[in-house]
Design a binder for this molecule. Sequence first.
Ligand SMILES: [Zn+2]
Length: 86
Amino acid sequence: MLSGANQAKEEKLKMRKIRVLIERDTLNKRTWDNLVPQIDTTTLGKFLEEVDREFPCMICQTRVDIPFTFPCGHNICQVRTHDTRP
Ligand SMILES: [Zn+2]
């Protein structure tokens, strides 16, 4: 099990990796610009909860499952079919 100090270190490392991914995601820049300032004031878990809330799939309205981003900035799941036929 990780000690408190190691856990904090691990979390910082994950945050740094997440920031790199966020910077690459230029299509969603506007949403990230609102979320990123929270990184330094919250835990990783809470930040990820916020990310889930800000990036719902436009079709199934749950957390987007491997997102596809349209040029307009809307995201949908790439992996779910959203087929509602019985
Ligand atoms: Zn979906």
